[in-house]
Design a protein around this ligand. Sequence first.
Ligand code: ASP
Length: 295
Amino acid sequence: MEDRTERRQALLAAVRRGADLLREGGSALDAVQVTVAELEDDTRFNAGTGSVLNSVGTVEMDASVMVMERGRGGEARISAGAVAAVSRVKNPLMLARAVMEETAHVMLAGSGAHRFARRAGIELCRVEDLITARARERWRARQLQFRKQGSSAAAPSTVGAVAIDSNGNIAAGTSTGGIPGKIPGRVGDSAIVGAGTFVSARGGASATGHGEAIILAGLCREAVAALLGQSPSSVARRAVATLLAPAKAEGGIVIVDRKARIGFAHNAAAMQVATFDSAELRHCWVEPLRLARTS
Ligand code: ASP
């Protein structure tokens, strides 16, 4: 399980970067972006470089980001950006943020997203630059399984982050290479606001797992809506147990509410979560939490 230990260390390092930024007065949005970018650049995660490959052996990545910022009068302003099926950017979440900040749209896909990236000053890379030898090997091994079953399980290591800053602004972001062996053009929950990422004045959430089930459940939106009167921990557990488990779907969610309380839960084979609690100025990592599945 060396890989898992290495991933844990990488996760901690990434969260520490976001936490340092928050401690220095940085915004929740910047904290989410630096944390996710660090994980996108780490080849051990299924996002950015090292993403899993689709059925034709290439990379198509999804990412989304959403933020709730307080205006001068304290009013909540919500914005979101997303990219779907992109294959030529190293940091899809950064591109999603550019869509949010520099266009009148919420989501751009494929070649249009690449064209926009160039305009936004985000360097394009070759798709080969994102494909690691390990991803290629795994793709070959999975091809057989995929042909037999017609689908493939979600790959671990999609990345996401949720943060609240000292001004009470809340941001969440998610980035992934998606499900291995997916049909080219398939877009999962990580690109879909309300499914893989959601933020409101109540809090923010980011999800991982079987994208189709997460989209059908509107998982993050449902979870954030449920924050009224419930702790993020119980919301996370209920979201997984009532929205995903009955569909026999694997997945997980991380949530931060407007009081900076943290919650997470999953029913997947593995999910690592790193948390930083600024009230106590400490961080910790948590091994996968197994929930009893409802069958
Ligand atoms: N949710 C992602 C997708 O379906 C995959 C994952 O989180 O592992 O694209």
